[in-house]
Ligand binder design. Structure first.
Ligand code: NIG
Ligand code: FE
Length: 403
């Protein structure tokens, strides 16, 4: 039963705290058994029953809950570097997509890739995420868009979780785009989504959540409603890519279908914010995508004042957010969304865990929670975000094991 000492400062990030409550403890100790936290507090208060247990040194680090990246598109093949330049020259994201680029370009590459190739690509990206402090990640399909290719992506996640021990929470995103073979017949594709893909995913237990992209060029609110009705019947909880490029009433739709989160929300309306607050929907902010696409940040202050918890995630994907760096997303959430370092730390730990329905298991350093923690070479969360450095995370630990 290891006792972690030499912790200059620790943040517990309590699940029921206010937006700025990170539960800081100075000169702390952390005790876990079989991967689960048993005691946390000031070292001076360490109970004598732990006196003979082996000590482990945090070497004066700041110790935080392992980070939870609650929105990623980790599994895909190929890249879209050419589109990056094209967009910088002024072609809008949806225009690039209309010309055959965008999501459908990645779909072509992902369909053509073998499962073992996808696994190797995803593994390398996950390693980078772990080095930056991620211990839990939500992982979406959505670059297959056929029964076979969607299941291929989700199986990659299952294997990746088994091989790395990192907590991966899979989401089926078959309603990401209409694939080319159904270009003239959206209804037929939705028939495949609802009649084949979702049932097969549920049968094999390959996903916990079901997501849809509601936007012009993607799916309408009514189409998403249908996807979510079927999802619910199959035990898949809704999530939603909402109001990213325009206000489609996505936030209110998410609230209405009982989605656990509405993600993006750059163009969310006041009405949607009220609906989300009433329904308890978590807002997932994706600041790296707003930097890449040069879109406005989501209204974090209005969401917070309405009582909607705001999570922070990377949205890692080959188009709008090709950077799998959650601390960088947290920093961007500070400077672009005017969130405090404490708010973004909660946003990437306990609030992110809430967006995945696992806020009683991970995202906080409290008794009964997983011993998932990171060591950061900074004196406080505030100092970490202030002079942001890419290598500040020095240790990532999952269930008590160093990664
Ligand atoms: O979250 N908005 C839709 N889906 C992704 C982008 C996917 C892509 O461009 O490949 C997103 O931004
Ligand atoms: Fe996304």
């Amino acid at each position: 039963m290891p006792v972690l000492i030499d912790i200059a400062r620790l943040a517990t990030c309590p699940p029921d705290g206010g937006p700025d409550d990170i539960g800081e403890v100075e000169d702390a100790a952390l005790v876990w058994r079989d991967g689960v936290i048993e005691w946390v507090g000031r070292r001076l208060d360490l109970p004598t029953r732990y006196a003979d247990e082996p000590r482990q040194s945090a070497e004066g680090a700041l110790v935080l809950p392992g980070l939870v990246d609650c929105h990623t598109h980790l599994c895909f093949a190929g890249d879209r570097a050419d589109e990056f330049t094209e967009r910088l020259r002024g072609t809008p994201y949806l225009e690039v997509a209309k010309r055959g680029g965008g999501i459908l370009k990645t779909v072509r590459h992902t369909r053509a890739a073998r499962e073992d190739e996808l696994l190797a690509l995803a593994q390398e990206r996950l390693d980078r995420m772990i080095r930056r402090g991620v211990t839990t990640a939500e992982v979406k399909s959505g670059y297959g868009l056929s029964p076979e290719a969607e299941l291929k992506q989700l199986r990659v996640y299952r294997q990746l979780a088994a091989e790395t021990g990192v907590r991966l929470i899979p989401t089926v995103l078959a309603a990401h785009a209409v694939p080319p073979e159904f270009a003239g017949d959206r209804a037929a594709y939705l028939g495949v989504v609802c009649g084949e893909i979702l049932p097969a995913v549920a049968r094999e237990g390959l996903a916990r959540f079901s997501d849809a992209f509601v936007e012009s060029g993607a799916f309408t609110p009514d189409e998403a409603r249908r996807v979510f009705e079927v999802s619910r019947q199959l035990g898949l909880t809704p999530k939603l890519h909402a109001d990213q490029l325009s206000d489609t009433g996505g936030g209110a739709l998410a609230a209405d279908v009982g989605a656990i989160s509405a993600d993006h929300l750059e163009f969310v309306s006041e009405r949607s914010i009220r609906a989300m607050a009433a329904a308890g929907t978590v807002a997932v902010s994706l600041p790296l995508a707003t930097l890449v696409l040069d879109t406005p940040p989501l209204p974090a202050q209005a969401l917070r004042e309405a009582g909607v918890p705001v999570a922070v995630a990377t949205d890692f994907n080959p188009g709008s957010a090709p950077v799998c760096d959650l601390p960088l997303a947290m920093w961007a959430a500070c400077v672009r969304q005017r969130m405090t370092p404490a708010q973004v730390l909660r946003g990437a730990t306990t609030v992110a865990a809430r967006a995945l329905g696992i806020q009683d298991e991970v995202g906080s350093l409290l008794p009964g929670y997983a011993a998932d923690w990171i060591g950061v070479d900074r004196r406080s969360a505030e100092a970490w975000m202030y002079d942001f450095a890419p290598d500040a995370v020095t240790q990532t630990v999952v269930a008590g094991d160093a990664r």
